[in-house]
Write a protein that binds this ligand. Sequence first.
Ligand SMILES: Nc1nc2c([nH]c(=O)n2[C@@H]2O[C@H](COP(=O)(O)OP(=O)(O)OP(=O)(O)O)[C@@H](O)[C@H]2O)c(=O)[nH]1
Length: 133
Amino acid sequence: MLLVVAAAMVRGDQVLVQQRPEGTQMAGLWEFPGGKIEPGESPESALARELREELGIEVNPAAPVPLTFASAPLGGRHLLLLLYRLDSWQGTPEPHHANALRWADMATLRTLPMPPADLPFLGVLDALLGRQA
Ligand SMILES: Nc1nc2c([nH]c(=O)n2[C@@H]2O[C@H](COP(=O)(O)OP(=O)(O)OP(=O)(O)O)[C@@H](O)[C@H]2O)c(=O)[nH]1
């Protein structure tokens, strides 16, 4: 099983997404920053590590709040994708691994191509970001 943790970083009515680079699985699709949980890591510390590597920001492992999860087949394996909400971090996100970063409101998010596992997240995010507006 592929155990992946990702963050919905919230800024007002927007959320941060990053575009997967060429040469990776699902290149060009927009996803939430995050990655695989390594053996022995908690999901929260894995998320803090991934966001440091991918975006160059610092996250207190107590800051991510569980939001929802997705369970879906992925390339012959099974993906369990834990999505956390994140409201605070230190630093300004920069695309260290991604093609590009984008702050997207719900209307924009719905126009971006995303991995199939992420599509059920849209309803949850709609409710979350709607409350921020
Ligand atoms: N971070 C992230 N990964 C996602 C999302 N949705 C989704 O299907 N995934 C999948 O979950 C896996 C994430 O692991 P990863 O980011 O470490 O994978 P990778 O292939 O880029 O890294 P690798 O080179 O270490 O294998 C990928 O297969 C990715 O396509 C998402 O919203 N965020």
